[in-house]
Write a protein that binds this ligand. Sequence first.
Ligand SMILES: [Zn+2]
Ligand SMILES: [Zn+2]
Length: 322
Amino acid sequence: MKKEEKGISRRRFLTGSTAIALSGLLSKKIFAQTKDSPPQKSGTRLVLLGTGGGPRPNKMRAQSSWVVLVNDVPYVVDCGEGVSRQLVFANVPLRNLRYIFITHHHSDHNLDYGNLLYNAWVSGFKGRIDTYGPPPIEKMTKLYLEMNAYDINIRIPDEGRPPLPPMIFAHEFSKDGVVMQNENVKVTAALVNHPPVEPSFAYRFDTPDRSIVFSGDTTPWDNLIKLAQGADVLVHEVIHKPSLARLMARIPNADRLVEHIVASHTTHIDVGKVAKAAGVKTLVLTHFVPSDDPLLTDEVWVDGAKTHFDGKIIVGKDLMEI
Ligand SMILES: [Zn+2]
Ligand SMILES: [Zn+2]
């Protein structure tokens, strides 16, 4: 479980005032361009950072990532490309990063995992970051830090930053169970079915005021239904099977992609069955496949899901707070 990365000088340097001033200026500029940073909030909030499914970047949705904020402490789930900037847009300061959870190692869920660690560091992060996920998350962490050692080693003395590798603790696991618990949050992992990626996990977050479950990528699956029993919110992936032919027409050299999508994901009809069987209050749809088809309106997704589920259904959008 525990893994402390070593290899870089453990000497510490005073944080450079220039670096702080610069990062402060940049944040102010970004907030001014969007909206002001909200005051500290207590309780549990959920922000959808990226709601697209699949590895191909597009204009409509960012790749998979969500953040649970408990008393303003961020718990990031998945790190699709662009997660750092989406957090900035959501007014979550990167220097506050503390926990990262990866559901499985498809690139649309982990491509910016290392970059998020790095970006937190250059944004002034100082404490420790614990990351959780299936193998090979320990190796990925180590190799990312090695790959970027040249830049990291320059910035340590040049900008007065503390060494990054000793601050990162990667925890990997392959079975169901509680993977993290502190005074505010308990996180439970459950194996799901997402061939050929094994193991793939769903996560449940229980806090004093809310329970939120992330399906990860999966077919309809009993172990997920068990994990999600009675949850306030189920954030579930979804595909629209009738539109896959149109998707294929836009992607060259992807003959076997439809086969993979159908065999390892959940349709917009079946997702309602899962929500009903789990008895959740609210179903949030995410990881849309196709994610950039203009013909797929919110109504299409809701109509499918409500065939079997009569609770609240939300069609997820990037940066939506729930
Ligand atoms: Zn995915
Ligand atoms: Zn996947």
